[in-house]
Design a protein around this ligand. Structure first.
Ligand code: TMP
Length: 207
């Protein structure tokens, strides 16, 4: 049986990753492809428990602790969910991957790329770090991102990263552009209508 394809949708907060992943899942299912949608951080019982610590902005911690939490989370997700699904021929759409750590903890919190890459390589596998397809949703305008985050009420409770100031959000935005270049990831403008973004994603997959 052929292995499933691993597709990663990346991008800053409020860029519409979940909406696009859901739409892509429906499209693939309409072509009789078995597909699951998983979110980082999260995706397995222990990963969900780790997620609740990660997003709790009332728990101060160092950037390195964040990296270790995200890495523990993805170690579980890879071995417990993604790898078995791919081996069983199921396609996996994941919102986020270790590229998020390179952007948020690297560009955002100042940890070096080599540390993040080395830790990720130790606790995942090459197939995790090199998905079949990966692309980045990017908003041209940071204000739109903030509006979208605010619409879902996320700014009412202190989330670790979403509620950080404009400087941090700008570093995330610029970080994604840098990662796109280094890792040859196509950038899709998330400022376009939802259907247009969905079509651009399908074009990338040639489906
Ligand atoms: P989410 O909103 O996409 O569920 O992710 C929760 C927050 O965690 C979001 O603000 C992005 C941040 N994050 C990191 O800082 N590093 C990471 O490696 C990942 C996966 C997410």
């Amino acid at each position: 049986m052929p292995t499933g394809k691993y597709i990663v949708i990346e991008g800053g907060d409020g860029t519409g990753k979940t909406t696009q992943a859901d739409m892509l899942q429906k499209h693939l299912e309409s072509q009789d492809i078995n597909v699951i949608h998983l979110k980082e951080p999260g995706g397995s019982p222990v990963a969900e428990a780790i997620r609740s610590v990660i997003v709790d902005g009332t728990l101060p911690r160092t950037p390195m602790t964040n990296i270790l939490l995200f890495t523990a989370n993805r170690h579980e997700l890879w071995h417990d969910r993604i790898k078995p699904a791919l081996e069983a021929g199921t396609w996996v759409i994941a919102t986020r991957n270790y590229w998020s750590t390179l952007v948020y903890q690297g560009h955002g919190e100042g940890v070096s790329e080599s540390i993040i890459t080395a830790i990720t390589a130790t606790f995942t596998e090459q197939a995790y770090m090199n998905p079949d397809y990966g692309f980045i949703l990017s908003l041209d305008d940071l204000a739109t991102s903030k509006d979208r985050i605010s619409e879902r009420g996320a700014l009412d409770k202190p989330d670790t990263f979403e509620s950080k100031g404009t400087d941090f959000q700008q570093r995330i935005h610029d970080g994604y552009l840098a990662i796109a270049e280094t890792y040859h990831l196509p950038i899709i403008s998330a400022s376009q209508p939802i259907e247009v973004v969905a079509e651009a994603i399908r074009d990338q997959l040639h489906i």
